[in-house]
Ligand binder design. Structure first.
Ligand SMILES: Cc1ncc(COP(=O)(O)O)c(C=O)c1O
Length: 378
């Protein structure tokens, strides 16, 4: 059986009538930007996150960068970021004009380790940007405690965490700004790019709103040097249709994750499975295992028809884009080890039970053969 990593077309097929209706509604409305669909989506997504404000923008990267700019963070400032994340987290800091300063993750949750943040704080540090990586919430209370000690702003990168919960609270419902991505493969994905800032801070929301629209409230009057980054009416209408299914889709992801966790639990010699912290209800954007023989595992799974991906193979500090930071190989050993070992198994709201069984038996078979050859894999 062939199991694709993620079947994006399945969500579109499930909702085809709703998506067609969304298209018809917008195309006939004559309003394509900053209209009623955007307004309605912002209200609905804020409510979903348990937040009071949502400002939807062009991309997740923009949501992060505009959150920084709205806090007055830019040239000469430093922002603490995880060493292991999608490079977009770092690029948003760079786009705002600030410098990303990496901190190693906690080895069990792969999230920013609060205990290591303090050592990275300098007089230039202005913000901490935890990432709810793979949909597992970072330890926000511990991070907020460090932030309070040094008067730093917290901006959450929630690009992978729509619907995740921290101590029972939805990600995005806290006092900090949380930035979401609606890239098509996300738990809530547009049919193109999109992003949003969710916050309880009315002033911050107002500044992001200003920044996303040329720094203008009234046409041709520009209060600040903003940019053009607005979620368009069509994507907003599509996201409204999909938002109605997000809780059910996340529940299906959790069921898939539960099966992997249960049915692969005895393979401790072959795989490190994801750990869920006591405070966390993950959104299970990704189901990431670790193996020291990751390349072989990926190849053997591919031979069995199972598509896997690597999130992420090159840590940001080792990519040419960040050569100027002068952080050579070896400077972030945990992030670098993760980049060499992580492998994402197929997960998604439309993955069938048969497909999950196929993944489980392929992984089990490969682990058994490896065991017979006497190879320890982690
Ligand atoms: C952790 C993380 N941060 C930032 C981004 C950037 O979001 P976007 O692609 O919508 O700009 C993404 C996703 O792509 C992401 O996964």
């Amino acid at each position: 059986m062939n199991v694709p990593f993620l079947d994006l077309g399945a969500a579109t097929a499930e909702l085809s009538a709703d998506l067609d209706a969304a298209y018809r509604r917008v195309s006939r409305s004559g309003r394509y930007l900053l209209g009623p669909e955007l307004e309605a989506f912002e209200a609905e997504f804020a409510a979903y996150c348990g937040a009071t404000h949502c400002v939807a923008v062009g991309t997740g990267c923009d949501a992060l960068a505009l959150s920084l700019r709205a806090n007055g963070i830019g040239a000469g400032d430093e922002v603490i970021v995880p060493g292991n994340t999608f490079v977009g987290t770092w690029l948003a800091v760079t786009a705002a004009g600030a410098r990303p300063v990496p901190v190693e993750p906690d080895e069990s949750t792969y999230n920013l380790d609060p205990a290591r943040i303090e050592a990275a704080v300098t007089p230039r540090t202005r913000a901490i940007m935890p990432v709810h990586l793979y949909g597992h919430p970072a330890d926000l209370d511990a991070i907020a405690a460090v932030a309070a000690r040094y008067r730093l702003t917290v901006i959450e990168d929630a690009a992978q965490a729509h619907g995740a919960r921290y101590h029972g609270r939805p990600v995005g419902s806290g006092p900090a700004a949380a930035a979401f991505s609606f890239y098509p493969g996300k738990n809530l994905g547009a049919l193109g790019d999109g992003g949003a800032v969710v916050t309880g801070d009315a002033d911050l929301a107002d500044r992001v709103r200003l920044l996303r629209n040329y720094g203008s409230r009234v046409k041709y009057q520009h209060e600040i040097a903003g940019t053009n980054s607005r979620l368009d009416e069509l994507q907003a209408a599509i996201l409204r249709a999909k938002l109605a299914h997000l809780s059910a889709w996340n529940a299906r992801r959790a069921a898939v994750a539960d099966r992997y966790l249960t049915e692969l639990a005895d393979l401790a010699d072959a795989l490190v499975l994801p750990e869920v912290a006591p405070w966390a209800v993950p959104s299970w954007h990704l189901f990431v295992v670790r193996s020291r023989r990751r390349e072989e595992l990926q190849r053997e799974l591919a031979d069995a028809g199972i598509q896997t991906l690597i999130h992420y193979p090159v840590p940001a500090h080792l990519s040419p884009a960040y050569a100027h930071l002068d952080l050579p190989a070896g400077s972030l050993p945990i992030s670098e080890a993760l980049a060499g070992e992580v492998l994402s198994l197929p997960i998604g709201p439309h993955l069938s039970d048969t497909a999950v069984s196929a993944v489980v038996s392929a992984v089990r078979e490969i682990a058994a053969q490896t065991h017979q050859r006497g190879v320890r894999v982690h």
